[in-house]
Design a protein around this ligand. Structure first.
Ligand code: HEC
Length: 140
C-alpha cells in the first residue's frame, strides 16, 4: 500500500486526471469499509446497538465497484470469480444479520454476526487481495 499512500499525499499537488483509476476506486471503497467496520466493532464493544446498526447499514450499502474494477477483477480471477463473489456474499449476509440482531436488541447475535462479517473480509483478503491489488496497480 505504500506507493498508493504516497500517491494520496501527492494528490492535492498533482491533481492529475488519472485519479479515476480502477485501483484508487477499489482502494477508496475498501478504506471506507475499513473505517466503518472499525466503528462497528467499537459500537459493539460499547454495547451500543443503534450505532452498530448505522455502521452495519453503511457497510451493507457500500458504494459498488465500477465497471473498470470489475473488468480487471474478472480478467485476473477467471474461474475463481465465484469464490471471490462468495466472500462478498458472506460479508453482506453477515451485515444483514447484524442489522436484524441490532433491531431486536440482541447483542450476542450481533457480536456473532460481526465475527462472520470480519471472517468474510479476512477470507477475501487472504485469498485475493494481493493478486487483485497487483492487477489493479497495472491497469490503466
Ligand atoms: C470480495 C473480496 C473482498 C472483501 C469481501 C473485502 N475486501 Fe477489502 N480488499 C479487497 C481487495 C482486492 C483489496 C486491495 C485493493 C487495492 O489495493 O486496490 C482490499 C483492500 C482493503 C483495505 C486496504 C485499502 C487500502 O488501499 O489501503 C481495507 C482497509 C479493506 N480492504 C477493508 C475491508 C473490510 C473491513 C472488509 C469487510 C467489511 C473487506 N475489506 C472485505 C477485497 C475484499
Amino acid at each position: 500500500m505504500k506507493p498508493l499512500l504516497l500517491f494520496f499525499l501527492l494528490l492535492p499537488i498533482l491533481a492529475v486526471p488519472t485519479v479515476q483509476g480502477a485501483n484508487l476506486e477499489l482502494s477508496q471503497m475498501m478504506t471506507g469499509l475499513g473505517a466503518n467496520t472499525y466503528s462497528l466493532g467499537e459500537a459493539l464493544e460499547a454495547g451500543d446497538l443503534s450505532r452498530a446498526q448505522v455502521m452495519a447499514e453503511r457497510i451493507v450499502n457500500h458504494p459498488q465497484a465500477g465497471p473498470a474494477v470489475l473488468k480487471v477483477v474478472k480478467a485476473t480471477l477467471g474461474k475463481e470469480m465465484g469464490s471471490f463473489k462468495g466472500f462478498d456474499d458472506r460479508t453482506h449476509l453477515a451485515g444483514e444479520a447484524l442489522i436484524e440482531a441490532a433491531k431486536k436488541g440482541d447483542l450476542p447475535s450481533a457480536q456473532a454476526a460481526f465475527g462472520n462479517l470480519a471472517a468474510g473480509c479476512a477470507g477475501c483478503h487472504q485469498a485475493f487481495r494481493a493478486k487483485v491489488a497487483a492487477a489493479l496497480a497495472e491497469a490503466p
